[in-house]
Design a protein around this ligand. Structure first.
Ligand SMILES: [Zn+2]
Ligand SMILES: [Zn+2]
Length: 163
């Protein structure tokens, strides 16, 4: 089964899982028409940039001191198939912020997530991603809501991609 079979092709919902149209959600950030005003918005727009292969956006929103040589070309080499984003918590205090999230993906018929505590700093009115700490991830239960925000149970949705 191809993941595209699961996607409602009439939906223009933003990949970040906000249940808002892309044009009203992350697109203005990707087009540089708006500035993400919270760490969570920046994090969500970075996830949808991964999904939509907006690699330039990923570089410019990653703080230059923390890029460690990462380039758009390197990002383009990842063949990750993203399934959905789950934001577990987000906090901000003055010029610092933290977002804990799971970014679900499938690789070789195995579903997993990047489970990360990401740090952000604000400089000159812009939030930047600096670094993240990885945590150990567990799959949802078969009867839990699916990770892709389809509204279906996991077993009736993305879990089928694993067979
Ligand atoms: Zn979005
Ligand atoms: Zn699903």
């Amino acid at each position: 089964m191809n993941h595209n079979d699961l996607i409602d092709t009439n939906s223009t919902y933003c990949p970040c899982g906000s249940a808002v149209d892309y044009a009203q959600c992350c697109q203005p950030f990707h087009l540089n028409q708006a500035v993400a005003d919270t760490p969570e918005r920046l994090m969500r727009s970075r996830y949808s940039a991964f999904v939509l292969k907006q690699f330039h956006y990923l570089i410019v929103t990653h703080h230059a001191d923390h890029l460690q040589g990462l380039t758009e070309k390197q990002l383009a080499q990842f063949k990750t198939q993203w399934l959905g984003l789950e934001v577990l918590s987000s906090t901000q205090c003055a010029e610092k912020g933290e977002v804990i999230f799971k970014a679900w993906f499938i690789e070789d018929k195995k579903i997993d997530a990047i489970y990360e505590r990401s740090s952000f700093i604000k400089q000159d009115g812009h939030w930047f991603y600096t670094s993240g700490t990885q945590m150990h991830n567990r799959l949802p239960g078969r009867n839990d809501a699916c990770i892709c925000h389809s509204g279906k149970k996991f077993k009736q949705c993305c879990a089928k991609l694993m067979s």
